[in-house]
Design a protein around this ligand. Sequence first.
Ligand code: SF4
Ligand code: SF4
Length: 330
Amino acid sequence: MMAEAKPKVAFYWCASCGGCEEAVVDLAEDLLKVVEAVELAFWPVALDFKREDVERLPDGSLAAAFINGAIRLSEHEEMAHLLRRKAQLVIAYGSCAHLGGVPGLANLHDRGSIFQYVYRDAPSVANPEGVFPQERFPAEEGELELPAFWDTVKALDQVVEVDYYVPGCPPTPKVTRAAIEALFGEGELPPKGTVLGAGTRALCHECPLNETKPDKLLLEGFKRVHEVIPEPNKCLLAQGLICLGPATREGCGALCISANMPCTGCFGPLDRVRDYGGKALSEIASILNSNDEGEIERALEKVADPVGTFYRYSLPRSFLGRRIRRGDRP
Ligand code: SF4
Ligand code: SF4
């Protein structure tokens, strides 16, 4: 009797810090179970696969492609399209693929100003000849080619259709295990578009400090994390620290809260929320106990980096998308 063929799976990283790849390795002994259950057809960060290996596969022959990282380069977009063609299911793994992530904050700048800073103006740069990356360069060996650096960072579903999302920066091993179980376990596949491995309520519901969060919370102002040593066992938001738990999807196990760090929102919005930052901002603004414009302004001055606070993981996927300066083309 012929052994049943294992489902072929691909893992790929786009504009990624590597944390999401690390999260897969963090499955520890469960990684061996995954390796046993599936055939790894492409995982360039861990094994010597090349793009041609994917190109040679028949269309639709991969059971699933897990893609992490945001779309920043032409190469990322090409790989996303290639994997979409080859895979029955495409999974946006981690907040960069899900919402644009931390690399998406680069949408506050454009390509030209990023290059100018990174290759010219940064204090650690020595570039007296003003050499900038070229997409094509004639060398003795022939013409060399580099991927194009797009002006705007995008989430994965802004360039290809995505079937499922796995949230987190990075997704925790528990969430990753639950996502793999949902995709390759015995049960039916969840509805398309599901955020796998996480719940449907806000993080406050699973937070161990929830009982200490007042039903009607009103604050005079906010504190920054370096200004206080939080009281243990008391809701961080009630202590004036901006904790985005009320706006963020549950499922991480409140790991940051357990380390006395407020939630920064990496699990993203709840199902019906289309703009995470807008929702988080309105949750926080609604607990300010003042109608006085001056007081409100002083309280908001404590939010040193509003976009980085409320849109840390989701600027590309927000209604804002990116900053456009006067004179820029839309
Ligand atoms: S989601 Fe977080 S851990 Fe994953 S690649 Fe992006 S920044 Fe890194
Ligand atoms: S606001 Fe933050 S600390 Fe307070 S209950 Fe919600 S998640 Fe926990």
